[in-house]
Design a protein around this ligand. Structure first.
Ligand SMILES: [Zn+2]
Length: 219
């Protein structure tokens, strides 16, 4: 895989976790999760529908549970920027090393440029179809852990995970800069306008106060 392709591919892994955590409803989280899995693992087109059909209605509560857990992890990474010695990261690695094995065994695969390579086995379509409710818990744990570690592993991925100052959603920075504070131009502009509004309100309050003081003095 070329360097740029590798970078985009790793980015997708991080994006899966970020989209999952940022989703406002479990429906949105599940849709994004299956769509991202399809892209990462090259699943066939009807995968999203088949996986969603197999996903139990009462499985949606585990989505909330994992959103919470991984939000905490992203929060930690975006704030501290240090992985070494942290218990949460240790636990994540432990899951990766022990349970995520089916996801990380090497297999022969065809790459987007039609070349062959030994790559991670990755998830298989059938891992996600016709699962029982309890197995879904493992599957979420494994796939989210696997994707996050794969992202962090590559090129100091941790430095790219940021939290937006305006919408508080997580995002992956395109390039590393000091002021990587907003996930989008939209958020940057919205923050600028609300800041301006606050300033104007303060200025108006000050003017009103002065006017009031003046009137009091004149009376
Ligand atoms: Zn934002």
């Amino acid at each position: 895989m070329k360097k740029k392709e590798e970078k985009d591919f790793r980015r997708l892994h991080g994006q899966l976790v970020i989209d999952f955590v940022n989703s406002e409803t479990s429906e949105e989280a599940i849709n994004g999760y299956f769509r991202n899995l399809e892209r990462i693992f090259g699943f066939l087109n009807n995968f999203v529908k088949s996986a969603k059909d197999s996903f139990p209605d009462d499985g949606r509560k585990i989505v909330g549970q994992f959103q919470k857990e991984f939000r905490r992890i992203l929060e930690y990474i975006s704030q501290h920027g240090k992985l070494y010695g942290d218990l949460t990261i240790k636990k994540l690695l432990w899951t990766y090393n022990t349970s995520a094995r089916p996801f990380i065994d090497k297999v022969l695969c065809v790459l987007p440029d039609d070349s062959f390579a030994e790559v991670n086995r990755d998830g298989m379509e059938q891992d996600f179809i016709n699962r029982s409710d309890t197995l879904w818990i493992n599957l979420f744990q494994l796939s989210l852990t696997y994707c996050l570690i794969e992202f962090l592993k590559y090129n100091k991925g941790k430095d790219y995970i940021k939290k937006c100052f305006h919408c508080h959603g997580f995002f992956i920075a395109k390039i590393l800069r000091k002021n990587n504070n907003f996930c989008s131009r939209k958020c940057q502009q919205a923050a600028y306008h609300s800041q301006k509004e606050v300033k104007e309100k303060k200025a108006k309050a000050k003017r009103d106060l002065h006017g009031w003081k003046r009137r009091v003095n004149e009376e």
